[in-house]
Design a protein around this ligand. Structure first.
Ligand SMILES: [Zn+2]
Length: 505
């Protein structure tokens, strides 16, 4: 054995919701070999690390099902605005930055360390590259995840249409000079993007003993050409990997679907043949009942990002309707500047709270079991990892947390699951184990020198502040046109309201 945890309380999150008041967990070769009361009795410990679980809880590691690491350096940096204006400042469409290997590696590592220290053992990164991916930047991201010791799956979240094609009314609102500049931004053709993906998958998929994986993303159906949307689906089918797509995050996107295709983007992706059981719909806020029916029939998953939706005012996802339709849901931080951190515990708590402003029928509100499901096994399923992680089970990969129950959030302890969702914020973590390896212990990450990492990031302060000034300047130039577009779409009746207040500013 490599690790033996003795006499811990265990929350397995398996299909039967098995819990042990007192059990042992035996880990070897990255796998849970045995688990149950007294299974360590009489076992030769040899060189195994024996961990005293007395007064502690063992539970599955948290799964962050949606993330964008390229903005890991933008904590607390961006304006409060709806998605379409917010993105202008986050990724200004007319402004370029060069990203070297060191910068990309450090940026990815910072997020990975923060996630691990807060109990996220698996991270799905929809990693975008502006304007196009380079081997240097892509490999730096993948090397950082490999070195950090976290489980990660990564997509190339690339756009391949002009900026003004992604929005309703924008082409007509923009002056000629800005339109021309938008036309000069380099874009990958479908063949180039698919070719790049093939090499990416060939090089990185299922590496580090299966800990590092690749998936596919179109960013959003309006952000790629139809042939690219379908070609990415073919790639997802060929390699049997998830296909991520942001759909109907905002009301403006609902209006855009009607303007572009005379239907919602869920119906559009269904008609394009890409809404399958490998599809993962990120956000799904402005979906209607017909959309939910199509999603349930396809077997797709949904990622719920409640803090992101609140931060940039996207509205409240119809949680109970999706759940009643039998759709699997995972939870996501989305990205550092919309969470202003990397804390999936608070995402879970927010998911437990936000639906209460959208439904007076209290029996529809999510309960703690459902939140924990989304944080663990539901998230694993969105990544196609449901047979490997997300539960504690013999034969599963050993991704787990040791939580100290002798801390204030658990004192007094009335109901474990409620305390995990509503009281704990990550501060009670004693240990994070990924693939059978202890990567965080007593608040210290063991795979990297965190102090040196923080120092390195602080060394980028001047560069980051100069970059942010340029980004703001570039975005300010476009913002009036985007605001006009936003106001125009806000007047449209889309047959639903996902805000708790009035629909028009
Ligand atoms: Zn996103």
């Amino acid at each position: 054995m490599d690790i033996i945890i003795r006499n811990a309380r265990v929350l397995t999150m398996d299909e039967h919701d098995t819990e042990y008041e007192r059990a042992d967990v035996l880990i070897a070769d990255g796998v849970i070999k045995k688990m149950g009361p007294d299974v360590a009795a009489g076992i030769e410990t040899g060189s195994a690390r024996v961990v005293d679980g007395e007064g502690k809880l063992v539970m599955p590691g948290l799964i962050n099902a949606h993330f964008h690491s390229p903005v890991n350096f933008l904590k607390g940096a961006l304006v409060d605005a709806p998605l379409e204006l917010y993105m202008l400042y986050e990724v200004p469409p007319l402004q370029r930055q060069t990203v070297d290997r060191e910068f990309a590696y450090t940026r990815t590592m910072l997020g990975a360390v923060e996630l691990l220290k807060q109990g996220v053992t698996t991270n799905h990164d929809d990693c975008f590259f502006v304007p196009v991916p380079t081997d240097e930047e892509v490999n730096a991201v993948m090397n950082a995840y490999t070195d950090a010791g976290i489980r990660a799956s990564v997509t190339l979240c690339q756009v391949n249409v002009r900026e003004y094609e992604k929005y309703p009314f924008l082409y007509d609102l923009l002056p000629d000079d800005i339109r021309t500049e938008m036309e000069e931004v380099p874009l990958l053709t479908t063949d180039e993007l698919i070719g790049y993906y093939e090499r990416f998958i060939e090089h990185w998929h299922d590496t580090a003993n299966g800990r590092i994986r690749c998936s596919v993303s179109c960013s959003a159906p309006q952000r790629v050409t139809p042939d690219c949307l379908r070609a990415l689906n073919d790639l997802s089918e060929k390699h049997n990997i998830p296909y991520k797509m942001h759909i109907l995050e905002t009301k403006l996107q609902r209006v855009l679907g009607e303007e572009m295709h005379g239907k919602s983007f869920i119906q559009y992706v269904k008609d394009q043949g890409v809404l399958t059981d490998r599809a993962v719909v990120i956000h799904s806020v402005w979906v209607d009942d017909a959309d939910i029916k199509a999603m349930a029939e396809s077997g797709c998953s949904v990622i719920h990002n409640p803090i992101s939706n609140l931060k940039i005012g996207s509205g409240v996802m119809p949680f109970r309707r999706l759940k009643n339709a039998g759709i699997n849901i995972g939870l996501g931080i989305d990205e550092v500047p919309v969470d202003d951190g990397c804390n999936l515990w608070t995402v879970g708590k927010t998911a437990g709270l936000v639906h209460k402003i959208a439904d007076a029928e209290y029996q529809n509100w999510p309960h703690e079991n459902e939140i924990l499901d989304m944080l663990t096994r539901g998230g694993a399923r969105t990544m196609g990892l449901q047979n490997r992680v997300g539960m504690l089970k013999e034969g599963y990969r050993a991704d787990m947390l040791l939580v100290d129950l002798d801390t204030l959030p658990f004192t007094p302890l009335h109901n474990l699951k409620r305390a995990l969702v509503f009281c704990e914020n990550g501060g009670s973590l004693k240990m994070t184990i990924v693939d059978g390896r202890i990567v965080v212990e007593d608040g210290e990450v063991l795979t990297v020198d965190e102090a040196a990492l923080r120092k390195k990031v602080r060394g980028y302060t001047d560069r980051l502040s100069a970059q942010l000034d340029l980004m703001t300047e570039s975005a300010d130039r476009l913002a009036p046109y985007y605001r006009e577009m936003y106001l125009k779409t806000s007047q449209k009746d889309v047959g639903m309201n996902r805000w708790a207040g009035p629909m028009t500013p």
